[in-house]
Each structure stands twice: as C-alpha cells, then as structure tokens.
Design a protein around this ligand. Sequence first.
Ligand SMILES: Cc1cn([C@H]2C[C@H](O)[C@@H](COP(=O)(O)OP(=O)(O)O[C@H]3O[C@H](C)C(=O)[C@H](O)[C@H]3O)O2)c(=O)[nH]c1=O
Length: 192
Amino acid sequence: MGKITVKQTSLDGVLLIEPQYFKDSRGFFVESYNKNDFSHAGITDEFVQDNHSKSQIGVLRGLHYQYPHAQGKLVCVLKGSIYDVTVDIRVGSPTFGKHFAVILHEDHPAMLFVPTGFAHGFLVLQDNTEVMYKVTDFYYPAGEAGIHWNDPTIAIPWPLDIIGVNSPILSDKDTIHPTLVELKSPFTYNKD
Ligand SMILES: Cc1cn([C@H]2C[C@H](O)[C@@H](COP(=O)(O)OP(=O)(O)O[C@H]3O[C@H](C)C(=O)[C@H](O)[C@H]3O)O2)c(=O)[nH]c1=O
C-alpha cells in the first residue's frame, strides 16, 4: 500500500501531499488517491467528482470558490506545470486574505489539498498542461464565485515574467471578479 507524506503550509488546513512514487526503468507508478492513506492523514472528506482541465501556457484560471455547496479540492498536475495559489477567505481567520503558492509539476507530483473556505486558482507555466482535481461537492453553477486574480490587497506575485507574458489568458468571467475588499466572503473561520 503506498504511503503518503503530508506537509502543513502557511495556511491552516491547506496541505501538500506527497504520495510514494515507484520509479523504474519504465517510468513511475503512484497510487494518486487511497481512501485509507488519506483518512489516516486526517483527510476524511469524501470526493464526489473529478475535474480535468487542459490549458496552454499563460492561462490563468481563478481565483474561484463555490458557495453554497462549497468544494474542498485535491489538485494534481498530470502533465506540464502550474503556479498554484490558494487564498484564505474565512472571515476571522488569522490568515484572512493571505495566499499560499506552490509550483505543481508533472515531475514533482505533489498534490495540494484545499479545504472549503479558500479561493483557488493557477497560472499555467507550460503548454498543454493538464490538471486533474477531485472535489468534495458537485458543481453548482449558481454558486460559482471568484476574486480578482490581481487583487492588490492579496498581491499574488504571479510569475508572468518567467513565462514571458505581460498579462494572462483569462475567461471572460475571470476578468470581472470583485476584489476581496468588495466581496462579502460567505465563509467564517472555525478554529476547531
Ligand atoms: C468547474 C466546472 C465547470 N463546468 C463547465 C462550465 C463551463 O462551461 C466549463 C468551463 O468552466 P470554467 O470556465 O468555470 O472552468 P475553470 O475556469 O477551469 O474553473 C475552475 O477553475 C479553478 C482552478 C477552480 O479551482 C475551480 O475548480 C473551477 O472553477 O465547464 C462543469 O461542467 N463542471 C464543473 O465542475
């Protein structure tokens, strides 16, 4: 049975998970999700839907959350790489408005667990990048919401220069999200 290593991040509840990779001359094998391993690590959420997106370099998807029917997410990169960002939007949290960023790469296949109460997004760093993520509630279009990717109070240092673009490729809806100051976050911090 594969083992996983779970690392805390700067945001309480957001976890970096490194499953055991079995590498050999053919490549590698990994159990990308194992209910027993995850529940032993304290992640007992039930995942009910798998999402899979493919993007070209320079695409930025986010910063998104869903409410009601908030979704926890388990994010992994199947191909290519992303600059993945999570923002704490739980009112009353000591890290409210703070972000955690990590590069997830096909060859450094850590996974990120994002609980409910956070906005999530990523900037794509290579062409034909494919991201797969499990979510803990179903898609609920009426509950789709977001925060502006370039919100000055969050001040995410998106590495646009590294990929040589001045501005990211966005969906129409991702150009008009409110800033965190304009938003009334529906999430509250519950330290238990
Ligand atoms: C999220 C979702 C979308 N769709 C449909 C709706 C649209 O017609 C199409 C593209 O959706 P959207 O532009 O919202 O996809 P992304 O911009 O990649 O959204 C995701 O981006 C960031 C990274 C997230 O963390 C969220 O999981 C999610 O919001 O797929 C569905 O049918 N089911 C779904 O669960």
